[in-house]
Design a protein around this ligand. Structure first.
Ligand SMILES: [Zn+2]
Length: 293
């Protein structure tokens, strides 16, 4: 499943070829993805100009020169392929899936006024697209309950203390909760908790209090930010070559300290522990029982 850094990379890749360009043609090959596509989807996009792209949590938002915003979510397996005229194919943000798509899963094709062909392929069809009025985005059910962006100014230690106060859930569940912080998934929660030396099993409410718990919250905020920034940089570093390079952008996958590292030695210099895997809320958690408290 694409996580926030992948979605950010996809958004930046699309922005390079969409911003300021017009939808010359929209090819809709089925009535639905995860949900039905909005009525008059093709008509509402065709001829409109893209003014800007943004990311909110794991959604890509495309501002149009109408009041519409095109909202796109990649689901489990969604990905975009960009083809420039007479150039090779690129797959921005495709961190894991093998290159080479099955044409039967090419569901939506945008042709932009600069000649770029942008194909949305989604084998499992958990992704979706919708058109939302610009003024309704913040209050829309997709976005109204989502917490602050992890890389934004509203995500800070005081916010984290406020949401942790009195909570009996474990710390991993608190961070996975989209009301706490937007767009964090399993991989980056595990990595951030390891960086902050905090156990995913720790009761969230125990973070609130005197030193050293206070410092731990600051460390956790920094850890969340740093793992995401590094992952985005790893994905984004290939975007510079987006016109030449085809294939996968799987670099950050190799840099995990705990995720997928069960049985390996803890990478912290001062620790001789071994990475363990446990199940929390039905998902695998990877952590070092020796140094994460
Ligand atoms: Zn350790």
């Amino acid at each position: 499943m694409p996580e926030l850094p992948e979605v950010e990379t996809v958004m930046r890749g699309l922005s390079l070829v969409m911003t300021g360009e017009r939808f010359a043609q929209v090819d809709q090959r089925r009535p639905n993805l995860r949900f039905p596509l909005p009525e008059n989807f093709v008509q509402r996009l065709t001829g409109r100009t893209v003014t800007a792209l943004h990311r909110r949590a794991k959604y890509v938002l495309v501002d149009l020169d109408t009041d519409d915003v095109l909202v796109m979510h990649l689901g489990m397996s969604g990905r975009f392929t960009i083809m420039m005229p007479q150039q090779t194919v690129t797959v921005p943000g495709d961190f894991r899936l093998p290159a080479g798509s099955v044409a039967a899963h090419d569901h939506i094709v945008f042709t932009m006024s600069n000649g770029a062909t942008i194909t949305y392929n989604d084998a499992r069809r958990f992704g979706f697209m919708d058109l939302i009025q610009h003024d309704d985005v913040a209050a829309h059910k997709l976005f109204s309950a989502i917490g602050p962006e992890p890389l934004g100014n509203a995500f800070h230690a005081d916010h984290l203390r406020a949401v942790a106060r009195g909570r009996a859930v474990d710390l991993k569940a608190l961070l996975m909760d989209q009301r706490t912080v937007a767009g964090l998934g399993n991989i980056y929660v595990c990595e951030a908790l390891w960086r902050a030396s905090l156990s995913p099993r720790r009761i969230a409410g125990s973070l609130v209090g005197r030193q050293p718990a206070r410092d731990r919250v600051e460390a956790l905020v920094m850890a969340v930010r740093s793992v995401l920034v590094e992952a985005i940089a790893a994905g984004g570093s290939t975007l510079r070559d987006y016109k030449q390079v085809s294939g996968e952008l799987g670099y950050f996958q190799k840099c995990h300290a705990v995720y997928g590292c069960e049985g390996k030695a803890c990478q912290r210099d001062t620790c001789s522990g071994t990475i363990a895997r446990i199940t929390q809320s039905g998902r695998s958690t990877f952590y070092c029982p020796a140094c994460q408290r």
